[in-house]
Design a protein around this ligand. Structure first.
Ligand code: FMN
Length: 177
């Protein structure tokens, strides 16, 4: 798929078949994450956690549902793989560069997953739930000096992609010429 086609066709997938992605697909997605821009190349300040263990996925799903007070909701949408991006805490606080780094990393993974024909969706809700749950952070192996910044769910989409075209009218844009 051409780059711009992947950019246009990337879309949030909220229905998965449950079938796991292959090891090769995962490796390509992790390589795409590693190709993302990271401020001042401080790669040691970001960390990825690939979560495919169904018990851990269920715990994360339940924590997200509890945060939204919607016990019947499934904020992971049944996706079999979640990749968490954590970032180093700076001077006791999450810092904004970390969120910028995490967003670039997630987007690279989303584009790679789209190129591979896999469904994917950026997740922040479950990350917000983790922020308040140090036990779950520990279970998901987020190091003590890191915080969860963003995540992506990936899997085989239960419904086909909607073909999309590039547009310039979603985001208000001023041109200063
Ligand atoms: C920072 C960020 C956080 C998001 N968090 C969630 C989330 O927790 N759950 C979810 O279903 N979608 C989440 N999304 C997906 C957006 O809702 C989605 O990208 C947006 O509606 C545009 O739709 P599209 O992705 O199909 O283009 C998030 C997207 C971004 C960029």
């Amino acid at each position: 798929m051409e780059t711009l086609k992947a950019v246009a066709n990337r879309q949030s997938c909220r229905k998965y078949t449950g079938e796991q992605i292959t090891a090769n697909e995962l490796q390509i997605i992790i390589k795409a994450a590693n190709a993302a821009p990271v401020g001042m190349k401080k790669y040691e300040e970001v960390k990825l956690t690939v979560i495919q263990n169904s018990q851990l996925l269920n715990k994360l799903d339940a924590a997200g549902a509890a945060l939204f007070r919607e016990p019947d909701q499934h904020p992971l949408y049944g996706a079999p793989t979640v990749i968490l991006v954590s970032a180093k805490i700076q001077q006791g606080l999450p810092n904004s560069i970390s969120y910028c780094n995490a967003a670039c990393i997630v987007e690279n993974m989303a584009l790679a997953a789209t190129d591979l024909g896999l469904g994917n969706v950026y997740l922040y809700g479950v990350v917000a739930a983790m922020e308040k749950n140090s036990e779950l952070c520990a279970e998901l192996k987020v190091p003590k000096e890191f915080f969860p910044a963003s995540a992506i769910a990936i899997g085989k989409a239960a419904e086909p992609f909607q073909e999309r075209v590039l547009t310039d009218n979603n985001i208000a844009t001023d041109y200063l010429r």
